[in-house]
Design a binder for this molecule. Structure first.
Ligand SMILES: [Zn+2]
Length: 122
């Protein structure tokens, strides 16, 4: 992850379409691999944060991931607001970011279907 000299997270420039689609949620470089989380929004948020996304970015990443799976824009979630309910959120993350986060996740190519970590209650 990129940090400025004050230790703040500084994402690299977005891709040519002006977004981070198809990019790792941590290092923002293009990647074909990912991981999924199924359960309450807080579960997915915790997973996303475990991978190394800062707290103030995690809700944005989650909403983007959920909206990516919704072809109808009228059903999209509001940007940056943590949705309420149970969801499956699939995020793109590269193997080296998973490794450096220490998160116990396995990634797989998105085209083959990513492993989904399911919430199993308290
Ligand atoms: Zn990465």
């Amino acid at each position: 992850m990129n940090k400025d000299r004050n230790g703040r997270y500084t994402p690299p420039a977005p891709n040519l379409r002006g977004n981070y689609r198809d990019s790792c949620i941590v290092c923002r470089t293009g990647t074909d691999s990912g991981v999924g989380f199924r359960g309450p929004a807080e579960w997915a948020l915790a997973g996303i944060r475990t991978l190394g996304v800062p707290k103030d970015e995690a809700a944005v990443v989650l909403v983007n991931a959920l909206n990516d799976g919704l072809p109808d824009e009228s059903t999209h979630f509001a940007p940056g607001k943590v949705p309420i309910g149970e969801f499956t959120a699939e995020v793109r993350v590269c193997g080296s970011c998973v490794e450096s986060s220490g998160a116990p996740f396995t990634v797989a190519p998105v085209a083959l279907g990513v492993p989904v970590y399911e919430y199993r209650g308290e």
